[in-house]
Design a protein around this ligand. Structure first.
Ligand SMILES: [Zn+2]
Length: 436
């Protein structure tokens, strides 16, 4: 794999330098970049152009039997980055102190390059997979996937009959010297909304009781102080039982999640750990406040935006009934986005899961390999909703802190991680090629 590894470092730098900030996306250049690499190998590609400057690419290695392909899925768009906040230019792909810096280094250009090179390597080795192996790079994931995966599922019927899809959402986590692998089998569902109030304008020197801003502040306070119940879904129970077994904390000793949740000490431990908290309950985050423009003028309109994420299986209608109840009648509540309402989880009692567990075991030894729920949304939900087994996993080992750079500033990936990711992805691809 050595030659491919040198290629990976170079290619990832080049790939990051193609600015695919979404919005607006402009992913066509990134897709052409992948197309050129595949064509140089003599692999046929199909490029799809849903609208101007947006593109998707599909390449295939023909399998022994027709139908039910295995799909290596990645997205080429990234979230925007503000240059002035970064140590290095976010689209420089700078290589410093063993790290490749840039927007998309983790989410998910490195994984895209590892999937691409593993796919090419399979082709070079002349391995004929049991089923068609499809490499699919798409646009528009960061804004919902309408022109990317949603478009491709409408255009290419066989994608709707895939047997397995591998993309982003989980990796190997290092925490306090211990390791565990997260294989994402489900995700929380978006339930974003906006609240709005109108009122009487006026001069700030004469306060009155019909102030739009004050109404929105009151409603926001009520929404944010509501305590959503802690609900141990079976996936999160398996996950937390796997990593917390035997843990001692202030006021608790962990045996099982169900038992632990009945104790005050453990519940406060969960509430002080933002990740565990998000895995165990619906969350509502106030992200945008808008109201007023002049310090001495009472505005006639005010609004607040909330990013809410529901646990799998939760009903949006029930959720909004509670939000409605928390606000006074005069507050208008508007849902944002239609999306896919309540995505299905993938099962984890599958031979795909066992195969991944085996590969992680050969990389890292006997560490826990656990099903996981991604707190954000990914394109995998489109496939899971069709009943297709779809996992999010990139075999790199990250200290927990590194993950927070994703969508944040100074996103980076170490060269050592890239090597690990490439080797692991190739093992996974070989396994997928050998199984039905
Ligand atoms: Zn992503």
């Amino acid at each position: 794999m050595m030659r491919e590894f040198d290629d990976a470092v170079k290619l990832l730098g080049e790939f990051i330098r193609i600015d695919t900030s979404n919005p607006p996306g402009n992913e066509e250049k990134a897709i052409q970049f992948l197309e050129a690499i595949l064509q140089k190998e003599g692999i046929r590609t199909d490029v799809f152009l849903p609208v101007a400057k947006r593109a998707n690419i599909l390449a295939r290695i023909k399998g022994k039997t027709k139908g039910k392909p295995v799909v290596l899925l990645n997205h080429v768009d990234v979230v925007p980055a503000k240059e002035e906040e970064w140590e290095f230019h976010p689209f420089s792909g700078a290589l410093r102190d063993g790290f490749i810096y840039g927007r998309g280094a983790i989410d998910m250009k490195a994984q895209a390059i590892c999937q691409l090179l593993s796919f090419i390597n399979l082709y070079r080795e002349g391995i004929v997979p049991e089923r068609d192996m499809i490499f699919l790079a798409t646009c528009d994931e960061e804004v919902g996937g309408q022109f990317g995966v949603e478009y491709m599922l409408n255009e290419v019927e066989e994608l709707r009959n895939a047997s397995f899809v591998l993309s982003e959402g989980g990796c190997i986590i290092e925490e306090d010297g211990a390791f565990h692998a997260q294989i994402s089998v489900a995700e929380k569902t978006l339930s974003q909304f906006m609240i709005k109030a109108t009122g009487t304008g006026g001069h700030g020197s004469i306060p009155h009781k019909d102030n739009a801003n004050e109404k929105v502040v009151d409603a926001s306070k009520a929404i944010l102080s509501y305590k959503w119940p802690l609900k141990p879904t079976s996936i999160v129970s398996t996950y937390l039982n796997g990593i917390l077994k035997g843990k001692k904390g202030k006021g608790f000793q962990f045996h099982s999640l169900k038992e632990a949740l009945s104790g005050k000490g453990f519940r406060s431990f969960i509430e002080n750990n933002p990740m565990y908290n998000a895995l165990l309950r619906n969350t509502v985050t106030l992200t945008i406040l808008k109201g007023g423009e002049k310090v001495n003028v009472i505005p006639t309109e005010s609004c607040a935006y909330f990013d809410a994420r529901l646990l799998p299986g939760e009903s949006h209608d029930k959720f909004f009934k509670i939000i409605r109840r928390l606000c006074r009648k005069e507050i208008e509540i508007m849902r944002i986005g239609s999306g896919i309402s309540e995505p299905l989880p993938s099962g984890y009692n599958t031979h795909y899961f066992k195969g991944l567990r085996h590969i992680v075991g050969s990389m890292k030894g006997p560490i826990p390999v656990l099903p996981f729920i991604t707190t954000g949304a990914t394109d995998l939900r489109y496939f899971r909703n069709l009943g297709i087994v779809a996992y999010g996993f990139f075999p790199i080992t990250l200290p927990k802190e590194e993950l927070f750079r994703m969508h944040g500033i100074n996103e980076r990936l170490s060269v050592a991680n890239l090597k690990e990711g490439l080797e692991g992805t190739y093992e996974i691809v070989k396994f997928l090629a050998s199984t039905i």
